[in-house]
Design a protein around this ligand. Structure first.
Ligand code: AMP
Length: 184
């Protein structure tokens, strides 16, 4: 059983690694970005509301996200563990997560921060070709990360719950480092 939060800038490899580790641990990989992209693709009410923010590389308003996470964590497959990827993204989302987990009688085991230098991030994002991966939007997402998400590194390390991993290695090396943390 594992309950993990993945932190890190866009392009750090969170999605790839969270997916591999979730398969390994047989727990769901919960990516708020993926859930939102599916909602946009299907033009659901959530998707229609979220699309403009995503296209600009801005964060979607908290209320849309917290309802989505609440609903997802209540699904039966999430009872045995989960990896949260892309949430929380702000200190207020992190506080909401604390309250939500308490209300459903859960807690997380650790927060994993994937550390990658900026040059590598931009290179990786440009080669990915997602709708929000053009250069202006990428720079905005990195800016939003620094302003709104990076403060979570201190938030969780103050609670001694943060483990940093060098994300500037091969996919296999990062996966191996993650498995060690989970098995420890
Ligand atoms: P990601 O796939 O995690 O890079 O997310 C893609 C986009 O979805 C982000 O640029 C945001 O617009 C939106 N998004 C994903 N997760 C969140 C979140 N926790 N809070 C606000 N917006 C989010």
């Amino acid at each position: 059983m594992a309950r993990l939060i993945f932190l890190g800038p866009p392009g750090a490899g969170k999605g790839t690694q969270a997916s591999l580790l979730a398969q390994h641990c047989e727990i769901p990989h919960i990516s708020t970005g993926e859930i939102l992209r599916a909602a946009v693709a299907h033009q659901t009410e959530l998707g229609v509301k979220a699309q403009g923010y995503m296209d600009r590389g801005e964060l979607v308003p908290d209320q849309l996200i917290v309802d989505l996470v609440h609903e997802r964590l209540l699904q039966p497959d999430a009872a045995s563990g989960w990896i949260l990827d892309g949430f929380p993204r702000t200190v207020s989302q992190a506080k909401f997560l604390d309250e939500l987990l308490e209300s459903i009688g859960q807690s997380y085991d650790c927060v994993i921060n994937l550390d990658v230098p900026d040059e590598t991030l931009v290179k990786r994002l440009l080669s990915r070709g997602r709708a929000d991966d053009n250069e202006d939007v990428i720079l905005n997402r990195l800016h939003v990360y620094r302003e709104q998400t990076a403060p979570l590194i201190d938030f969780y390390s103050d609670r001694q719950q943060l483990r940093s991993i060098d994300g500037n290695q091969t996919v296999d090396q990062v996966t191996a480092a993650l498995k060690q943390i989970v098995q420890a």
